[in-house]
Design a protein around this ligand. Structure first.
Ligand code: RFL
Ligand code: PHB
Length: 387
């Protein structure tokens, strides 16, 4: 078969790109390695920047989000057993939206289905050929070999995908930092700890109280990435979480059986450039941020937005967007990488911190509490920099 744009990966970036291009009359196919149920069962992001919310609305994807999502005008930051609020709305005029990545993905699948979009699941051995000349992609499905000829390939296949690895080593530059801990996450059918998120710095390690709705909570604690999951019984998790949250929050915490529990590593990673000939990298395929600050999904959306604009202009006869895609996307990526690194460093305990490092972080959080200028810097980044 032949399409204009072959999209590898059916996560949020691939589905959104396919959806926006389809609305502009550009033909795509999405090749996804997993089943749809598997993609929808991955519990990940929970916070959408205002620009992400607006992008979804602009493309007809906002109805359920606006009905079921929760706009938040601020967040709590806690340390040394007390917390304070950073009011995003008062400082920047913008809010964020609590609406899970699984819901965004589910809405995107519904939109692709309604439009008759081609999404192939369980596509195996996806391979990119001749990205510098006559691009095509091959894959196996149900034992048969398939070939897709295309003008462009969008690599939306996440950090472990094949797209980035197709770019020659002498072209691609990568920068990486692996953090010396992970996040142990728990989802539970319990009332959230507060109306807004709580990011807590504690001598025993970071904790985050988040949510999906009035009866669904999402919590994370900093933990060794190689801890066996069976060490973390529900009881052990709740005990540790309570120790790290301010005591008034901990005392009122509703606990219950976990319905999902996993440990994720934390890393910062950027690959440059995000275009090689007729191949583009989009979202996690090109960059990873640690989840403190909730930037990963939002960057996937901004990349998809930039690339869709570039491709729509290309088919209208203007190649400036195609040529500028990598620089434009990376300018935003680096700033979000910086913010995520800063917020991760401030809120977590590192093995090398020692007493001095710990006191510097507490002093910075104290300064954040008292300085509107410092809070404005944080708020401006948290709600998302402009496109
Ligand atoms: P995805 O979601 O990884 O999707 C890539 C898709 O490509 C498929 N794939 C392949 N398909 C075909 N052939 C191959 N060879 C393939 N290899 C892979 C995969 O099956 C998958 O379906 O990347 P995308 O679309 O770029 O989206 C990125 C986001 O998923 C990611 O940045 C966020 O989840 C990060 N993240 C958060 N981001 C936020 O903006 N806010 C948050 O609050 C937030 N919290 C989080 C997070 C990520 C977390 N983990 C576990 C990584 C919390 C956590 C715990
Ligand atoms: C989440 O709810 O999963 C979440 C919220 C905020 C973050 C990271 C994850 O910074």
């Amino acid at each position: 078969m032949r399409v204009q744009v072959c999209i590898i990966g059916g996560g949020p970036s691939g589905l959104l790109l396919s959806h926006i291009l389809h609305r502009a009359g550009i033909e795509t196919i999405v090749l996804e390695r997993q089943t749809r149920d598997y993609v929808l069962s991955r519990i990940r992001a929970g916070v959408l920047e205002q620009g992400t919310v607006e992008t979804l609305r602009e493309h007809g994807l906002g109805d359920r989000m606006d009905r079921e999502g929760f706009p938040h005008g601020g967040t709590y930051v806690a340390a040394r057993n007390r917390g304070f609020r950073v009011g995003f709305e008062a400082l920047t005029g913008k809010r964020v939206m609590v609406y899970g990545q699984t819901e965004v993905t589910s809405d995107l699948y519904a939109a692709r289905d309604a439009a008759g979009g081609a999404v192939v699941h369980e596509a195996e051995h996806v391979a990119i050929h001749d990205a510098g000349g006559t691009p095509h992609v091959t894959y196996r499905k149900d034992g048969a070999e398939h070939r897709v000829d295309c003008d462009w390939i969008a690599g939306c296949d996440g950090f472990h995908g094949i797209s980035r690895k197709t770019i020659p080593k002498d072209v691609l530059r990568t920068v990486e930092r692996v953090y010396p801990f992970g996040w142990l996450g728990v989802l539970s059918r319990t009332k959230p700890a507060d109306d807004e998120l709580i990011y807590a710095n504690h001598a025993r390690g970071f904790a985050l109280a988040s949510m999906r709705n009035e009866r669904l909570s999402r919590y994370y604690i900093q933990a060794p990435v190689d801890d066996p999951l069976d060490k973390w019984t529900d009881e052990a998790f709740w005990d540790e979480l309570r120790r790290r949250l301010p005591s008034d929050v901990a005392e009122a915490l509703e606990t219950g059986p976990s319905i999902e529990k996993s440990i994720a590593p934390l890393r910062s990673f950027v690959a440059e450039p995000m275009r090689w000939n007729r191949l583009f990298l989009v979202g996690d395929a090109a960059h990873i941020v640690p989840p403190t600050g909730a930037k990963g999904l939002n960057l996937a959306v901004s990349d998809a937005r930039y690339l869709s604009e570039a491709l729509i202009a290309h088919y209208g006869g203007d190649d400036a967007g195609i040529d500028g895609y990598s620089d434009r996307a990376l300018a935003r990526v680096w700033k979000a990488t910086r913010f995520s690194w800063w917020f991760t460093t401030l809120m977590h305990r590192f093995p090398e911190d020692g007493t001095f490092g710990a006191r510097m972080k507490e002093a910075e959080i104290d300064y954040l509490e008292g300085s509107e200028a410092a809070q404005t810097v944080m708020a401006e980044n948290y709600v998302g920099l402009p496109f």
